[in-house]
Ligand binder design. Structure first.
Ligand code: NAD
Ligand code: TYD
Length: 355
């Protein structure tokens, strides 16, 4: 069996669902259920004995130690994190607590468990840490995409805390021999994406007739990967990755934010036209930029392709169409995540931005 942390969030839930579609290998899913964790993402597993959900914190080393000893996993996959850059600007402390201190306690618990395993099982064990391309900082126009040897230059409290966690994972390999793997992936999108992030926020706001907030000039570039392709990359690294190695994961899909917003508007114009016959583009509003906003991210995914044979299945065009359709088909999920706490966040993040 495997232990997954943060498996009620966006990528973790997609991973758990995809895993159980392909395997009968059981999963224990440890998640604190912060605002970003949502058991509705896992509703289809309600009566599935292959999945056990445990509410708890990766920073609770006693709980994690108990789960490890009782369940005897062959691998731990760490998705748990605070993940939203804008929230890290408004309140960095949770990011330090979960992404750095939490990962440290998790590593300590895993090290104690792994050290006591019999030799054969020790060799086969894996700790896979799921990280981000944001640790590398910002690229200038024309600069080559981030390779695994790129210097770490994180610019936001979020990326700095993820960078720190990556360093801890690396150190546990070098110092204690813990069999770790790290993946640094570009921006994901797809089903179950919490609508505080760009793509789901634009879809949800468009359908609600609200402004579509574009930060600054909208020319910042992100490299988008459909979430199910990220999950297949993680499975691939888990099975075939070389110990202690880092694998950058991306879809070679660099897009400016404004182009992403235009693509979503065009799809909605086709699939759910506005009743007044106008385009959703009319709702686009340029707002005050994010402080310290990274200009460009791009992943050089040649290592994972060359060494492990991984490639994404979706292009941006196929992935974004599936995503928009998913949000149209899952209005109940969307309504349920838009709680009072979500509305308070929108007020905090957008009310003070000039248009
Ligand atoms: P998310 O915010 O949607 O989900 C995070 C999950 O972790 C939530 O279910 C939350 O309840 C849980 N969690 C938070 N703190 C916890 C704690 N202390 N103990 C246990 N559980 C806790 O995030 P996501 O987008 O699914 O990202 C998952 C991972 O992938 C993160 O590590 C993130 O840094 C990384 N990542 C994300 C992206 C992206 O585009 N979303 C890209 C690359 C890497
Ligand atoms: P986001 O989804 O928050 O991911 P990240 O900051 O981790 O890349 O944002 C993606 C891009 O979209 C980023 O350049 C910021 C921008 N953005 C907007 O222009 N408007 C918004 O309302 C949000 C949430 C993001």
């Amino acid at each position: 069996m495997i232990l997954v942390t943060g498996g009620a969030g966006f990528i973790g839930a997609n991973f758990v669902l995809a895993w159980l579609k392909q395997h009968d290998e059981t999963i224990v899913n440890l998640d604190k259920l912060t605002y970003a964790g949502n058991l509705e993402n896992l509703a289809s597993l309600k009566n599935d004995s292959r999945h056990t959900f445990v509410q708890g914190d990766i920073g609770d080393a006693i709980l994690v130690g108990k789960l490890l000893v009782e369940n005897h996993p062959r691998a731990v996959i760490n998705f748990a994190a605070e993940s939203h850059v804008d929230r890290s600007i408004h309140g960095p402390e949770d990011f330090i607590q979960t992404n750095i201190v939490g990962t440290f306690h998790l590593l300590e618990a895993v090290r104690a468990y792994w050290s006591a395993l019999p030799d054969g099982e020790k060799t086969g064990f894996r700790f896979l840490h799921v990280s981000t391309d944001e640790v590398y900082g910002s690229l200038a126009k024309g600069e080559p995409a981030f390779s695994e040897t790129r210097r770490y230059e994180p610019n936001s409290p979020y990326s700095a805390s993820k960078a720190a966690s990556d360093h801890l994972v690396r150190a546990y390999h070098h110092t204690y021999g813990l069999p770790v793997l790290t993946t640094n992936c570009s921006n994901n999108y797809g089903p179950y994406h919490f609508p505080e992030k760009l793509i789901p926020l634009i879809i949800v706001n468009a359908l609600a007739g609200k402004p579509l907030p574009v930060y600054g000039d909208g020319q910042q570039i992100r490299d988008w990967l459909y979430v199910k392709d990220h999950c297949s990359a993680i499975r691939c690294v888990l099975e075939k990755g070389r110990l202690g190695e880092v694998y950058n994961v991306g879809g070679w899909n660099e897009k400016a934010n404004i182009d992403i917003v235009h693509s979503i508007c065009a799809l909605l114009d086709e699939l759910r036209p506005r009743t007044d016959g106008k385009s959703y583009r009319e709702q686009i509003t340029f707002v005050t930029d994010r402080p310290g906003h990274d200009r460009r991210y791009a992943i050089d995914a040649r290592k994972i392709e060359r060494e492990l044979g991984w490639k994404p299945v979706e292009t941006f065009e196929t992935g974004i169409r599936k995503t928009v359709q998913w949000y149209l088909d899952n209005q109940r999920w969307v309504n349920n995540v838009q709680s009072g706490a979500y509305r308070q966040w929108l007020e905090k993040n957008y009310a003070e931005r000039d248009q």
